[in-house]
Design a protein around this ligand. Structure first.
Ligand code: 13P
Length: 258
């Protein structure tokens, strides 16, 4: 047991509609309310697509569930950046958090370590709490380079933003081979990498390393959340598919509350 407060975050990815989101939020509100005081011990967050952020924030109201975005522009303020969304804008529509460097953005939209680090800095500069995603592909794991890949991804943010900046965000370890595949990392596999990440940061600052929350992501569901969250360095989850079902998400929150 550690003193870090667990977080369960839902990454809705490119799913949803006004009607589906309203039903999901209603289900979350009811489900979380039925858990009662247990949820006080867990931070909860949902990350809908940009266009639904304001509506979802409004629907969540005083439920205690925070709202985050899935991406932001590396530039802050306003400017001629067609198609981009600045951190200030996300704040204005109710976001407190933002995911940066998700593996889908790295793989499909060409985001490299340097751009991810700039986005991390932009999030902090605009008052958002960044959730930095790191993780290796199956090929990289099979080649024995998991540690090297994760270290490179973490180091890039330390190099650009400084280690203190890491203390102002969260990290999500999401092995690419476990995302959307139904193939979850075993609790031991997750623990190994989470401990490695914490150790890497401890080389710079042991206090930040000890207080930083490291979430696990990759096929987290109600059925496996409890054993994952029981690991000493796993501080909750970043949940994709299962976050689109209110009952599943609520059960995952309950698993983090024990
Ligand atoms: P799944 O939970 O659908 O595997 O997705 C994980 C993820 O990518 C969360 O950011």
């Amino acid at each position: 047991m550690n003193t870090r407060r667990p977080m369960v975050a839902g990454n809705w990815k490119m799913y949803g509609s006004h009607a589906a989101n309203a039903a999901l939020v209603e289900g979350l509100r009811e489900g979380l309310a039925s858990l009662g005081a247990a949820t006080d011990a867990v931070d909860t967050l949902v990350c809908p697509p940009f266009v639904y952020l304001a509506a979802v924030a409004g629907q969540l109201g005083d439920s205690g569930v925070a709202v985050g975005a899935q991406n932001l522009c590396a530039e802050t303020g306003q400017g001629a950046y067609t198609g981009e969304i600045a951190g200030q804008m996300l704040r204005e529509v109710g976001c407190s958090h933002v995911i940066v460097g998700h593996s889908e953005r790295r793989a499909l939209y060409g985001e490299n370590d340097e751009l991810v680090a700039r986005k991390y800095a932009a999030a902090l500069a605009t008052g958002l709490t960044p959730i930095l995603c790191v993780g290796e592909t199956l090929q990289e794991r099979d080649a024995g380079s998991t540690s090297a890949v994760v270290a490179r991804q973490v180091d890039a943010v330390i190099a650009h933003c400084g280690v203190a900046a890491l203390g102002r965000g969260l990290i999500a370890y999401e092995p690419v081979w476990a995302i959307g595949t139904g193939r979850t990392a075993t609790p031991t596999q997750a623990q190994e990498v989470h401990a490695f990440i914490r150790g890497r940061i401890a080389e710079h600052d042991a206090i930040i390393a000890g207080s930083l929350r490291v979430l696990y992501g990759g096929s987290v569901k109600a059925g496996n959340a409890r054993e994952l969250f029981a690991m000493p360095d796993v501080d909750g989850g970043l949940v994709g598919g299962a976050s689109l079902k209110a009952e599943e998400f609520v059960a995952i929150v309950a698993a983090a509350a024990v």
